[in-house]
Design a protein around this ligand. Sequence first.
Ligand code: HEC
Length: 207
Amino acid sequence: MEIKLAFLLFTTLLISMVACENKSQQKATTIPQADNAAYLEKGKKIAGATFTALSGKLQAAMKEGGVANAIQYCNLAAFPLVDSLSKVHHADIRRTSLKVRNLKDAPNADEKTILEAYEKSAQAGKALKPLVREIDEQSVAFYAPIKVNNLCLQCHGKVGETLAEKNHAFIQQFYPEDKAIGYADGDLRGMWSIRFSKGVGNKENNE
Ligand code: HEC
């Protein structure tokens, strides 16, 4: 009898401890405003650096051998380049879209929700802002819209208009399931999805 009672007491205590811990964890997971601002800054820096690196290489490849050369370059080098920048920034850097060219860039459930919200805002003519969301207690995700400019149209534009038919045929050789065409200047093309860990170290890296 006594053992049973002691066991009952013990389990009740254990349950209340676990419940309590859950509560404190929930509290710890909301991002304080100052941290949010720091994560936004960090995300913007990483996205900016990656964009500069990618578009620099892209323009050099186009200059060297035209659009076809640049397409081959993107096909081979976009992922390794982004991967190496991920290492440099201690972050997981991705580009994703509702209409992807490379299936590896297809959005996960969270990304799809954000992409759809951006698309809705874009259609309503609202400004699209970068944002930070919590992934778990250790990490956050930074999202920011990617818009199309004139340079992009040579590979993502309207077939037979801004995107030459021969280039489109070339793209289809590498990406038979390509959906990333038909865009016009200023359209929403997709977004950055960058994950990194929370914490003081990150804020220091930021400065
Ligand atoms: C020379 C052709 C070319 C140009 C110009 C170009 N892209 Fe791309 N883009 C590609 C290719 C090829 C891929 C697939 C890369 C891969 O396989 O990793 C791609 C992939 C992407 C992706 C990743 C999502 C997906 O659909 O797979 C985004 C976002 C993107 N491009 C945006 C842009 C933007 C914005 C510009 C203009 C600043 C641009 N691209 C200019 C060829 C191009």
